[in-house]
Structures are given as C-alpha cells and as structure tokens.
Design a protein around this ligand. Sequence first.
Ligand SMILES: Nc1ncnc2c1ncn2[C@@H]1O[C@H](COP(=O)(O)OP(=O)(O)OP(=O)(O)O)[C@@H](O)[C@H]1O
Ligand SMILES: [Mg+2]
Length: 361
Amino acid sequence: MIIKELKLRNFRNFKNCHISFIPNINIITGLNGQGKTNLLESLVFLSTTKSHRVNEDQKMIRINTEFSNIDCLYNDGIDYKIGAVIHQKGKSLLINKQYISKSSEFIGLLNVILFSPSDINIFNDSPRVRRKLMDLEITKVNKKYVNCLNNYQKLLKERNITLKNEKIDSIYLNTLEDQMIDNQKYIIEERIKFIENINENINKYFKKINGEDLNIKIEYLSCVDCKENNLDELLKDMYISNFERDRYTQLTNSGIHRDDLLFKINNQNVNDYASQGQRRVVIMSFKLSLIEYIKKVTKKIPVLLLDDVLSELDIKRQTNLLNCIEDEIQTIITTSVLSNNLRNLNKNISIKEIKDGIIIN
Ligand SMILES: Nc1ncnc2c1ncn2[C@@H]1O[C@H](COP(=O)(O)OP(=O)(O)OP(=O)(O)O)[C@@H](O)[C@H]1O
Ligand SMILES: [Mg+2]
C-alpha cells in the first residue's frame, strides 16, 4: 500500500496543504510545534476514523473555521481516493467521492501503523488501553470482529440493566448470556490468533534492533482459560460462578471487556523489569510484528508512520531500526533533528520541511 498524495484543509494548523510521498522513506522535518504530528494524525484518522491523540473529532478542526477536509490518494493495486470531512456535528467519510454510511466499510482501507513516543506508556496504562490497541488492529482487518464487538457491547449494556432489576427474568438473562457467549467465543479466538502472530515475530525484531537476545513474549490474559477447547462451557460457567457477585454489584464483572495483555521480557513483566530503552524497543518490535500480522491476514503491506521516535534511540539502535524496515514498506518519519544517520540512509529517501503548517521545500 502506497500513499501518493495527501491534502489537508483547515485541519489542525494546516490551512491548505498538499503533500506528495514517494514509495520508500519519506522524512518530514521541522521544529517543534510546526505540524509534523498533525500530519500523521490525519493519516491515522483516515485509517481508523479516529485520532490517536484526542477523543473529540472537533478538536482537529482548525481554530476559527467550520470544518476540516482530509483527502488522500493511495495505491493498493489500483488508485483509491478516500476522504473525510470533520464538521461541528460529526464526520462524513468518502470513498472515491461517494459518501459511505457505515464506518466499518472505511476502517482499515488505508492501513497505517503509527509508532509515537507516547506508545511507551502502554505498559503502565490501564488494561482498557492495551485492549483497545489490540481491538483497533484486529478491527482494521476483520469486519466480523467489529460486528461481534458491537453486538457484545450492546448485550453487555442490556445485561447490566437487567442485573439492576429487582426481579430478574432468568430466561431472558440466559438468552442474553448465550448471545454474549457466541460473540465472545469469536473475539477470544481472534485475539488468540493475533497474539500468536505477534509472538512469532516480536523476538526477531527485538534482537535485530536491540542486539540483546532476550525473550519477549505477550500473554493474553483472558476471562477464561484459553488453552482449553471448550470455550462455550467455560464462558457459561463464568456466568454461573459470578452470578451472585454480578447481582450484588449490578455489573458484569467478567468477560472480554476486562481482558488484558501482559508484555514479558525474560519472563518478567516489562513494567517491573525493563529499562526505558528496552521498553521502547519492545513496543517498536510489537509495531513491526503488527505489519507482519496485517500482511499475513490481508496480503497487503501497511504504511509505517514513525513520529519523532528516532531521536529517542541511540545511534546504533536507530541504524538497526532503519535496517529492519524492509524496502517494500512505505515509511513516513517525522523528526525535528535531521541526523546524518537519516540523511545518509542507503535507501530511496525524500526529505521535506514543514513550517507553521506549510511544506516549505
Ligand atoms: N485545532 C487546531 N487549530 C489550529 N492549530 C492547532 C490546532 N490544534 C493544534 N494546533 C497547533 O498545531 C501545532 C502542533 O502541531 P504538532 O503537534 O503537529 O507539532 P509537531 O511539529 O509534531 O511538534 P513537536 O516536534 O513538538 O512534536 C501547535 O502549534 C498547535 O497550536
Ligand atoms: Mg510531534
């Protein structure tokens, strides 16, 4: 997948910007606060229909304007034009100039993998953040997963309402639980496949970038023991054994909405054990493994976005990381300091500078 052009109108600090990209390494330089992350954010928005920085879409509309436009031309075997309009009351999504009503048809068409400095917080963030990271990536490549997640959320809400009733209709509760089990089974199976895929590659990348032969592994902490085959029974038992507690708290205490991921380094929790540099490389290796997962599932190669992450690595690790990125992966790198390491990269590179939301060369 190759992004050819991006047009931004009234998006963040961009008034009117048109930028083209080469299929290889694209470096965007600029001082702090000039729009480097904003530019990448617009691509993340087209990939996921959400910002990676803010929950409220309207924050991305340029101050004192009514709406933002993001338009992108990319090639995925053939050329596609996708676009988004963010307005005060919501957003509209377009594929080849046609408005589409279901965001699930839009998500993942343009597939980008972003690595930004704040990703390192993933290890001490709440389980919700790690779950979201996993769900977002599976959602981009699997529509059935999106439907199951949406169904599950609706059923969960309904079960929680039912638990608050003075008298519970047990037939209704059982019906809800059976439907929740059906959706959860699929979600758990896909999460297992996702983690297995990541685990197949994460060590390889960690070793290549960090040089150390440490054992990196992600464990899926699920509501039931996933090693067992009888997920139906296990989930049913979960509802039975948790019923009294659920009734007392008027909440569903167990289920895929509470699952988590545990990152381990040499069998220790990364959060308790790893250095800052090692954490960075673990998450970077995770992102590179994600590219392999997407490649395997969709047969397409996502675009890699590196937001100011090189400056946080030492020269050796910077070089190792850049060497890990295969030529077929289009990459957009933002940096405030254009190091010799980047300038002299033995790859096809384009360097552009950004100033106050304007590409100046
Ligand atoms: N809705 C908005 N309207 C206008 N300007 C905005 C809006 N949101 C953010 N900005 C401006 O965008 C700029 C920040 O852009 P961005 O985060 O992309 O900077 P950056 O180049 O990545 O900088 P750094 O190197 O510090 O990370 C700030 O000057 C901020 O005031
Ligand atoms: Mg930035």
